[in-house]
Write a protein that binds this ligand. Structure first.
Ligand SMILES: [Zn+2]
Length: 357
């Protein structure tokens, strides 16, 4: 009898340990604004990299990113995605192989895209512009911040200055550092330096800062505060594309690949995150391909701007690599999937169904 009791207690301890570990998963959600699936899956575009209208230093750019096959080109452009993520995670959205990811909103620009990704439901009635309007919908950041496990353990960093409104920072209580905001509070030396540098390095744009600032503010925050749900939105790719700067667009994609590797490497040497963290990476919209100049644009009038992609890796994610079978995923599935991973009930009103990853 005593032995049985001990056995039962031991089993209970193991069970509790497993449950505790399960609910302890951390999530890093990352977006690359307006980054096309075409470059992600096939590397530098032959029609653009050889076009004087979009490239000023063609020889140097070709040396850096031009290779004969799409497989070589994509690996040269995004080495972390195509040497490490392709072995440990999943890459969805290569339409040449039948794997499709699409937006469900019909706007095909940023605020509706981020609203769909972050709330799990497109809202074409209310979210119809990029104006700084407080989002009436509830993001998963806010939902998680409203749970006892997630309270105060959520943060968002974005290069675009509209994120405080998309996330409704005021109502949600989720701290958002976006646009040209500096780090505040009890600052470490690196944050003090970032604050100084951000004022001294002019951004090419009025409402979007360079991604290195967003990235390092986020990384320092991870080291200090260890958020369990972190959202990072890189913005350069969209703005360089609008400017028609294919050279800068490619360099930015290459750089962002390295920034994401830096985040992953950090999580794998940090006790709080190591083997406990899931990365989900996506984009808020696609861009055009035909006519050629539509690579610079997106929106409902640009064919293909609803074509997006999704990449995931980390704790519990099956290593499928590049998905080579027919499938149709949607951006509104990301939020419920994330709630599932975080062990938070998925509200009935969410449009998308959670993915089994
Ligand atoms: Zn844009």
């Amino acid at each position: 009898m005593k032995n049985k009791m001990l056995l039962l207690m031991a089993a209970l301890v193991v069970f509790l340990k497993i449950s505790a570990q399960d609910s302890d998963t951390k999530v890093i959600l990352i977006t690359l604004d307006g980054y096309r699936w075409q470059e992600l899956f096939t590397g530098a575009d032959p029609l653009l990299i050889g076009n004087k209208e979009y490239v000023h230093e063609m020889d140097a750019l070709k040396e850096a990113f031009w290779r004969e096959t799409p497989e070589e080109r994509r690996e040269t452009l995004m080495p972390f995605f195509w040497t490490q993520v392709s072995k440990m995670g999943q890459l969805h959205g290569n339409r040449t192989l039948g794997s499709k990811v699409n937006l469900t909103n019909t706007m095909w620009f940023s605020y509706p895209g981020y609203n769909e990704i972050l709330t799990g439901t497109a809202d074409d009635k209310n979210i119809r512009s990029n104006d700084k309007i407080e989002n009436p919908n509830t993001t998963i950041l806010e939902r998680y911040n409203n749970t006892s496990e997630g309270k105060g353990k959520v943060a968002a960093f974005g290069s675009w200055d509209v994120f405080p409104f998309i996330i409704n920072e005021k109502r949600s209580g989720v701290p958002v550092n976006a646009g040209f905001e500096t780090a505040t509070g009890n600052l470490n030396e690196r944050e003090k330096f970032l604050n100084e540098l951000q004022g001294q390095v002019p951004s090419p744009w009025g409402s979007v800062r360079l991604d290195a600032f967003t990235h390092h503010y986020a990384l320092e925050h991870m080291k200090k505060e260890h958020p369990k749900l972190l959202f990072i939105s890189y913005g350069e790719t969209d703005d360089f594309a609008h400017d028609g700067e294919y050279q800068a667009y490619l360099k930015s994609a290459h750089n962002t690949d390295a920034l994401i590797k830096e985040l992953w490497d950090f999580t794998q040497q940090d006790d709080f995150y190591k083997d406990q963290t899931v990365f989900i990476i996506t984009t808020d919209h696609g861009r055009g391909t035909e006519p050629l100049d539509t690579w610079r644009s997106h929106g409902a009038d640009i064919k293909g701007a609803d074509q997006v992609w999704m990449v995931t890796f980390g704790k519990g994610i099956k290593a499928l690599g590049e998905v080579k079978q027919e499938e149709q995923l949607h951006s509104d599935q990301i939020a419920p999937t994330l709630l599932n991973i975080l062990d938070v009930p998925v509200p009935k009103e969410m449009g998308g169904l959670p993915l089994k990853l």
